[in-house]
Design a protein around this ligand. Sequence first.
Ligand SMILES: *[C@@H]1O[C@H](CO)[C@@H](O)[C@H](O)[C@H]1NC(C)=O
Ligand SMILES: *[C@@H]1O[C@H](CO)[C@@H](O)[C@H](O)[C@H]1NC(C)=O
Ligand SMILES: *[C@@H]1O[C@H](CO)[C@@H](O)[C@H](O)[C@H]1NC(C)=O
Ligand SMILES: *[C@@H]1O[C@H](CO)[C@@H](O)[C@H](O)[C@H]1NC(C)=O
Ligand SMILES: *[C@@H]1O[C@H](CO)[C@@H](O)[C@H](O)[C@H]1NC(C)=O
Length: 261
Amino acid sequence: MTLLSTALGMLFYLLQAVSGESGYAENGDFDDAELDDYSFSCYSQLEVDGLQHLLTCTFDDSDINSTNLEFEICGALLDVDCLNFNKLQERYFLKTKKFLLIGDSKICVKLEKKNLTCRKMNIVKIVKPEAPFDVRVVYREGANDFVVTFNTSHLQKKYVKVLIHEVAYRQEKNENNWMRVNLTSTKLTLLQRKLQPNAMYEIKVRSIPYANYFEGFWSEWSPSFHFRTPETNGTELSLSYGPVSLIIRRLWNNCARNQKK
Ligand SMILES: *[C@@H]1O[C@H](CO)[C@@H](O)[C@H](O)[C@H]1NC(C)=O
Ligand SMILES: *[C@@H]1O[C@H](CO)[C@@H](O)[C@H](O)[C@H]1NC(C)=O
Ligand SMILES: *[C@@H]1O[C@H](CO)[C@@H](O)[C@H](O)[C@H]1NC(C)=O
Ligand SMILES: *[C@@H]1O[C@H](CO)[C@@H](O)[C@H](O)[C@H]1NC(C)=O
Ligand SMILES: *[C@@H]1O[C@H](CO)[C@@H](O)[C@H](O)[C@H]1NC(C)=O
């Protein structure tokens, strides 16, 4: 009897919990507040298409009905007071040479010519670099290390030239165990003895503007590069195979010399 009443009590408790939760969801106050909030985020990409810059904005709430909403930027522009954004699905973007790159602009969300909300932004402080590419890893047997190289379009740019690159690598079976290294150049050496032998590794790179004038956000990650480490460790390699390969090389050289004679 007590068991049954306990069970019933628990069932009642559970029902209350469930209905309590749905009651909260049906309460529209919270949702309405969200809909009134046209908060948005923007990032700039300088010199993406020759001399043209790109500015991209999206609403923070991706469920917002943006059908009749427009974006406009005013201030810190060359020749004009304001420019309108184009829209592609949920993204608003503007490709132009007209950014002054000095001082603040005002970016506004508009509904039928009326400003709904505005934010002050400085184009040079919201830079999101382009993702690095061409990540490669070359094993150097003699040096017992791996040389990591990659490329970035920012090497060719006039403005956002100084970046920090974050190289992240992991053994593929250790899903979340990323090792990370920061660098300003596009080349890095990884010591073989720091990596597991005979293992698959994944490596990728992203970039962020570094201090001075330009600031902003991390780029997207580059495409990943995958590589396998050799069977044995560096020390083992040089101990057991080093002398042998040296002898073979000497024999080969002698052979070659004899043939020339
Ligand atoms: C979005 O709003 C427009 C009018 O502003 C309306 O015609 C359209 O049906 C709405 N779309 C959705 C998915 O609610
Ligand atoms: C909207 O905001 C911009 C930037 O502050 C301003 O130039 C413009 O006059 C405003 N438009 C209206 C209709 O208030
Ligand atoms: C980097 O990529 C650019 C093209 O975007 C190319 O011109 C350049 O030669 C590449 N640099 C290296 C070191 O591969
Ligand atoms: C790399 O640099 C970024 C940006 O300055 C910083 O947030 C991060 O902590 C650094 N990571 C390491 C491993 O030093
Ligand atoms: C390789 O080196 C690592 C660390 O130095 C060590 O833990 C591992 O046992 C070594 N593996 C072999 C096959 O020697």
